[in-house]
Design a binder for this molecule. Sequence first.
Ligand SMILES: [Zn+2]
Length: 438
Amino acid sequence: MRILLDHAHVLTMQDGDVQYPDGYVLVEDDRIHALGPSSDAPQDADRVIDCHGGILLPGFVNLHCHVSMVPFRTMGDDCPDRLNRFLFPLERDAVGPELVYLSALYGIGEMLLSGITAFVDMYYFEEEVARAVCETGIRGWLGETVISQSAPDAENEAAGLARCEAFLKQYAGHPLVTPLPAPHGTTTVSADALKACGELARKYDTLLTLHVSEMDAEIRHFEGMGTTPVQYLDSLGLADNRLLAAHCIHLTQEDIRLMAQKGVRTAHCVGSNMKAGKGIAPIRDLHLQGVPFGFGTDGPSSGNTLSILDQMRLFACAQKTRYHDRSLFPASQILRFATRGGAECLHARDRFGQILPGLQADLVLVSLDAAHLFPLYNPYSALVYGANASDVSLVMVGGEILVQDHRLTRMDLPSIREKLRGAMGPFLQAAEKYRDII
Ligand SMILES: [Zn+2]
């Protein structure tokens, strides 16, 4: 099957920011076959899609999410220490496999509609998220969470580790799902379990992800031990290029040097971090030292929208403000972090992240029909500073069109929402006891 996407403003994200203002991309089966100016477009495609001048770019990569937390969205958004006050207990009491599965379907639908073609998840019952990934066609790097307390899917840490390994075994070599261990955080998991997760990542040749240097209490905990979360992970043998460290808000210069030297990757969740008042990560300094990073939405109750377009705008505003420098991180560079940079963090830059012949056809078309996208002088600026998820009109993963004319092709989102609403009954009942804080 050869699909020609014609008359698009093609942003290839290749070196040198190669772009074709009136261009085409030819997709053959699951891969990008050719691209160039529309005047050279081949005439023998099986199907031709006229992009009407919309911006065509590689799919967005979401490096940190808890997609199945949809039922928690807008719950206690302004409540201090909500993690311990109601999130952990409510998860333990009321999160089960069906809720995880239906929430994942819904959240993945939302991500596809905003142009995300690959995401990293960490949660419980991750095999249910894997089922949703296979049904929806998105790419998932799925982390089964290990935590040193009773969890929704495991009574204790040992049971969590056993579950995690079973999941890694089950999905090893899967075309869409890449399984990984996801210990919860640096203070919520014992040193032994963190080391065991590191061994699992090596044994199954995969990544490892966890929350790092995110919470004030976490930083105080390690200060008391005369160290930092990053240096602690290094002492356990976890600081290497398999490590995708989410958040990394509070870092010392020594932490940054260590991360650069060891090849640690960072999932930067600016929207979630600023909403919680946690701080703005020193991304300029990480970038100057060569630490790879990309963007994460965090869960639907942390960042509220599952859209990397939102993260790009917040990132630009936060970094320019933090460093008092308007010229810092031009829009084209920010779009690179959101696409190719994310792929690099997943060790997948030879699979997707650019519009380049031979790579997977993971593509997004952003329509320029909306009032806020006129006129167009700089397409990168339009995407970073102006575009919203609702401007995404077409999304392709591995050559299959999963969003067309702003609608999901494989899923009926309103009916999934109704099923999810029905499954949320016991969850809402359990939430009643926190009514005064949520
Ligand atoms: Zn998180």
